[in-house]
Design a binder for this molecule. Structure first.
Ligand SMILES: Cc1cc2nc3c(=O)[nH]c(=O)nc-3n(C[C@H](O)[C@H](O)[C@H](O)COP(=O)(O)OP(=O)(O)OC[C@H]3O[C@@H](n4cnc5c(N)ncnc54)[C@H](O)[C@@H]3O)c2cc1C
Length: 455
């Protein structure tokens, strides 16, 4: 079956297909809204995900809707654009067509120009068996799964009589001290020390142990040293244990094994482990490389020309996290700017104007550590503490998609940061508690797998 693409104004135009509607795909689509083109956006999820706030979903601050608005709603006013739900599984570069699956049905879609913006996936550095015990944080499903594990651990701890097992249930290990790891560790610490007061009778959530591990010697390695030091200090104040130069050698349902010389760290008993250590290109990158003969880098990203096209295929653009160009980092700003560049190049071509290479404007980077504390680089400016947090707040609100989302997010942040609340704490049958066996109290489950987790 071929896709029923078409625009509501009935005109036939140059067909641009955009695969993936994260930052790269969405900004490309928006930049084509007035172009002489018919745009089809295909994504395997129905939402545009604001990944930088996933950790707030995972720790009960924000809801799914606040960070993942429906793509068709975001693009509803763009009359030259159709949104289709579909997982692109193959590319035929000669026929200029894509193989797609939607909820079990297979179809094809043809393009004149293709923009591939399918992002990155988690990398376990060849140890994929770690994934079941230590989920990464890339998708809405990941965040909801982690949220259920975190709040599920407190539920188990509340009724655990054995002090050693209770300690294991209340030990959270985060692997990887980049921005995601730092944000997760900081938020779990803040959640337990600040937000769960009076909620439990047998346990004191403030006793939670949060362990942050990294194989390198740095926290937030991509930030200047002065900000790294401030981040370490702020995490220390929150009670996060940081262990650097420690490689994880094993992870299972019981806990984590490490390369540390310190016997106390060689095995860390822990129910909830979170993997924030590495990324690799989305699997569609491999299919694209095979279909076009494009080279890939070590992370599987497609090496593109300086205009973001695949060598030998000027009709195929690769943008965002899937693109390898000039060592640019996998950050939202690169994805947005490269998406816009691809869109403008298409419009220029169709209007017979000269094309330009992609020039990235580095606008800086930021990571939050806790409420009112963030580290930020903006050009030469270095901000930390409350000023850093204000800059973080402003930038995140500016880029959150949709007016309703901004209003709802401000309300949720007020509840969490000014107050003490964590309203988004539901554990559902799909995440965490799906097959909890009905047992008498004395035989209640003591470990995660029995709660239906994927371990
Ligand atoms: C937890 C986390 C925190 C982050 N924090 C920051 C931050 O603070 N600042 C910052 O600048 N960057 C941050 N990033 C990085 C930033 O989010 C990414 O660089 C950015 O999202 C990349 O955009 P993209 O469009 O390339 O890919 P994505 O945003 O990942 O979008 C890819 C899209 O493609 C879709 N897709 C994938 N495969 C297929 C397929 N086969 N068929 C159809 N659709 C498909 C996906 O569903 C998704 O919608 C963070 C990332 C994560 C995971």
């Amino acid at each position: 079956m071929t896709s029923p693409t078409g625009t509501t104004d009935g005109t036939a135009h140059h067909r641009v297909v955009i695969v993936g509607c994260g930052f790269g795909g969405l900004f490309a689509a928006r930049a084509l809204r007035r172009g002489p083109v018919q745009v089809t956006v295909v994504d395997r999820t129905n939402h545009h995900l604001f990944q930088p706030l996933l950790y707030q979903l995972a720790t009960g601050i924000l809801s799914s809707g606040e960070i993942a608005p429906p793509i068709r709603d975001v693009l509803r006013r763009q009359r030259n654009t159709q949104v289709l739900l579909g997982d692109v599984t193959g590319i035929d570069a000669d026929r200029r067509s894509l193989a797609v699956q939607t909820l079990g049905s297979q179809w094809e879609i043809e393009y004149d120009t293709l923009i591939v913006a399918t992002g990155a996936a988690q990398s376990y550095f060849g140890r994929d068996e770690f994934a079941a015990a230590a989920p990464g944080l890339k998708t809405l499903d990941d965040a909801l799964e982690i949220r259920s594990r975190i709040f599920g651990a407190f539920e188990l701890a509340e009724r655990e009589a054995d002090p050693e097992e209770r300690r294991r249930l209340m030990t959270f290990v985060v692997v990887g001290a980049g921005p995601t790891g730092v944000e997760m560790a900081g938020q779990i610490a803040e959640l337990s020390r600040r937000s769960l007061g009076h909620n439990f009778r047998s346990i004191d959530p403030r006793q939670v142990r949060v362990v942050l591990l990294d194989g390198s010697q740095q926290v937030l390695a991509s930030f200047p040293e002065s900000l790294q030091r401030r981040a370490v200090k702020a995490l220390g104040r929150l009670g996060v244990e940081i262990h650097l130069g420690v490689r994880v050698t094993g992870i299972d349902a019981h806990g984590v094994e490490t390369s540390s010389d310190d016997p106390a760290l060689q095995t860390v008993p822990s129910l909830v482990k979170i993997w924030a250590a590495g990324v690799q290109a989305s699997p569609l990158g491999q299919a694209l490389a095979e279909a076009t003969g494009a080279a890939v880098d070590r992370a599987g990203r497609i090496k593109v020309r300086d205009d973001c096209t695949v060598p030998g295929h000027p009709e195929i653009f690769v943008v965002g996290d899937l693109m390898a160009l000039d060592e640019l980092p996998g950050v939202a700003e690169v994805a947005m700017q490269s998406g816009i560049h691809a869109a403008r190049t298409i419009t220029r071509r169709l209007r017979g104007k000269a094309e330009k290479p992609f020039r990235y404007r580095d606008l800086g980077s930021m990571a939050t550590i806790s409420r009112f504390r963030a580290v930020v680089t903006l050009g030469r400016l270095r901000l930390s503490g409350f000023m850093g947090w204000l800059a973080w707040l402003f930038v995140h609100l500016a880029f959150l998609t949709g007016f309703k989302n901004r209003v709802a997010t401000i309300a949720s942040w007020t509840v969490a940061f000014v107050g003490h609340g964590r309203p988004e704490r539901a554990i559902t049958a799909h995440q965490g508690l799906r097959s909890a066996p009905a047992q008498p109290a004395e035989a209640a489950p003591r470990v995660g797998p029995e709660l239906g987790w994927r371990e």
